[in-house]
Each structure stands twice: as C-alpha cells, then as structure tokens.
Design a protein around this ligand. Structure first.
Ligand SMILES: Cc1cc2nc3c(=O)[nH]c(=O)nc-3n(C[C@H](O)[C@H](O)[C@H](O)COP(=O)(O)O)c2cc1C
Length: 211
C-alpha cells in the first residue's frame, strides 16, 4: 500500500510538471513552488522541544502569516493568544497531571504541551458558521510559517478539556478571550530537540477527480 501511494505521488508529480509546465515557467515561480511544497510536505507534528522559547520576533511573523489566512467574508473569526510564560505553562501542567497522573510518566516529561516552551491558544465564537474552519486555516498558516523557519509545532486538542476545567479557570481567564468565544485548540511551538519524525501514512484515495 505504501509503495502504491508513493508511486501515485511520484506519478502525480511527474504529470503535474509535464502537463502544467506553462503555468510555472518562470524561475521565480519554480523556486517558490519548491519552497512551499517542501515546507508543506516536510512539516511534522513535533512532540519534543528544546527549553528555549520561540524568539518573539519570529513568533510575530508566524502570527502575521496566521492572520493572513482566508476567512469567510474576511470576518477573521479567531482570537489567538501566545504564552511563553513558564509559570503559566507549568501551572496548567500541574492541573493536567493532577487530572491524569499518567501523562507525567512519559520519558523526559517537562510539561503538558508536549514539552513546548511556547503555546498559541486559538479560539473562535461559540456561534459562528465558519469560525472553526477559519481557525483551522489560520492554524495551518502559522504551523507552516513556523516550519519554514525551522520551528516545530503540534496541534493539541487535548489542551481544551483541561483549560475548560474548573481548576484551570484562572488560566483561561488570563487568555482574555472575547465574550462568547470558545477555545478550539492549543498549538505547541518550539525548536525541535530530536529527529523529525517520519510522516504518518496518508490515504491518497480520499481525494480524486470526478468526471
Ligand atoms: C485538531 C487537531 C488536534 C490534535 N490534537 C493532538 C493532541 O492532542 N496531541 C498530539 O500529540 N497530537 C495532536 N494532533 C496532531 C496529529 O496527531 C497529527 O497532525 C497527525 O498524527 C498527523 O501527523 P503530522 O502532523 O506529523 O503530519 C492534533 C492535530 C489536529 C489537526
């Protein structure tokens, strides 16, 4: 199956470069295409980080890339809060460990955010038809922008129930989310501390042309 998917990707790549050469004939376009494809295909969820927080200037650029994501009617239905305060991260970690002591048993465990030193919390309005979609696009923009700088990331849905728990209320309040917003996801950011994992297998049959 793996071989089949690999051959399919190779075939699609060859066909695209043959059949679409008109669209990418300028050298500049070709370089951009390679850079974007490289970033998208090599990004992995990173679950092991160095302790040093992400440099704030780099994070500002990552946020800028996030908010340049498309959103329905340009409503920008998102709120993003970045935390690189160790006291905050350790405080939420203590709550998460109290709720599920097993998480602290992972080798090298430092914190509940996959040991990340910087975490972005992404929220959208509770009542919004496009909020979750918009936030997904923003999140992916941020993760790709980070990866293009060698900064790893990992979406963390597991953060939500902990942050929404009664014990974590003071931390949720510190995020100063707008009234009526719900937390959707946390995104771990940091400099990878070990080898980049191999991509989990993708199912290429889930997307196809319909004639
Ligand atoms: C909405 C969402 C929630 C996720 N939650 C978690 C999580 O709680 N913990 C975790 O380790 N990874 C989480 N992931 C990461 C996925 O496991 C990962 O993206 C998937 O296995 C594919 O691997 P890749 O990102 O390296 O391509 C989440 C991803 C998404 C999109």
């Amino acid at each position: 199956m793996k071989k089949f998917v690999k051959s399919l990707i190779l075939f699609a790549t060859v066909m695209a470069s043959v059949g679409c050469s008109e669209a990418v004939k300028c050298d500049d376009c070709r370089a951009k295409e390679e850079a974007v494809k490289e970033t998208i295909l090599t990004r992995r969820s990173i679950r092991d980080y160095k302790e040093e927080p992400v440099c704030r200037e780099a994070m500002a650029e990552i946020l800028q890339c996030g908010i340049y994501a498309p959103s329905a009617m340009n409503m920008q239905t998102w709120a993003v809060r970045v935390v690189d305060n160790k006291e905050f991260i350790d405080g939420v970690t203590a709550i998460a460990v109290k709720q599920n002591p097993k998480i602290a048993e992972q080798p090298g465990f430092r914190n509940f955010f996959r040991n990340a030193p910087t975490v972005a919390f992404v929220a959208c309005p509770e009542e919004s038809y496009s909020g979750e979609y918009d936030c997904g696009l923003l999140s992916q923009n941020m993760m790709l922008a980070a990866w293009s700088k060698g900064i790893g990331s990992c979406c963390l849905g597991s953060v939500v129930p902990v942050m929404n728990s009664e014990e974590a209320k003071p931390y949720l309040e510190r995020l100063q989310l707008p009234e009526g917003y719900k937390l959707l996801v946390g995104i771990a950011f940091g400099y990878p501390a070990s080898e980049i994992p191999v991509a989990p297998e993708r199912d290429a049959t889930k997307a196809f042309y319909v004639e």
